[in-house]
Design a protein around this ligand. Structure first.
Ligand SMILES: C[S@@+](CC[C@H](N)C(=O)[O-])C[C@H]1O[C@@H](n2cnc3c(N)ncnc32)[C@H](O)[C@@H]1O
Length: 162
């Protein structure tokens, strides 16, 4: 996925889904001071800045990370936040170290990423190594998406049906 601007137009749907999930589960996580949080597959940054940041303690720092240079560039330009930085990371990278420190993060979030990852075992292994002992991870994986309702209608439009 390379067109960050187009992708960003659809992220309000993702924001709604992630907000609903966080409302349900955020109190089930264990929260400490100075949480160091990774949002992997952050995309354009809208969910990270406008949803995730609202549900974590105010003294937390968040890194939004994505494999796409364009997403990271877009996020840095459009979604600035004093406690959030955006960096490039491929969660399937066999050589994440030493660019990233093992056990660096106390929490790892991801939304709308893991359904796209073929080698989920490798991704989870890297996440495990990035997490501190006792750290927690929350994967938000869509089963349905608001776009599913309109996709059949879009498919019938000549613009999209070729
Ligand atoms: C559907 S978007 C979700 C963005 C955001 N989390 C949201 O919910 O709106 C999935 C993102 O995962 C990124 N991605 C795909 N494979 C990845 C990988 N191996 N490592 C890190 N990010 C990846 C894509 O570049 C894309 O920006």
């Amino acid at each position: 996925m390379h067109d960050a601007e187009t992708f960003d137009k659809f992220t309000p749907f993702n924001c709604i889904a992630v907000r609903e999930t966080l409302i349900d589960v955020i109190d089930k996580l264990t929260w400490n001071e100075n949480e160091n949080i990774l949002d992997i597959g952050c995309g354009s940054g809208n969910v990270t800045v406008n949803v995730l940041s609202e549900y974590v303690p105010e003294d937390s720092t968040i890194i939004g990370a994505d494999i796409s240079d364009e997403m990271i560039k877009f996020a840095r330009q459009l979604y600035t936040h004093p406690r959030i930085t955006f960096k490039k990371m491929d969660i399937l990278d066999d050589n994440l170290w030493p660019s990233w420190n093992k056990e660096h993060f106390s929490k790892i979030f991801s939304s709308h990423l893991m359904q796209r990852i073929r080698d989920s075992r490798k991704a989870y292994k890297n996440m495990y190594n990035l997490l501190q002992p006792g750290g927690e991870a929350l994967m938000m994986i869509p089963i349905t998406h608001p776009m599913d309702r309109i996709t059949p209608y879009l498919a019938k439009m000549s613009k999209y049906n070729e």
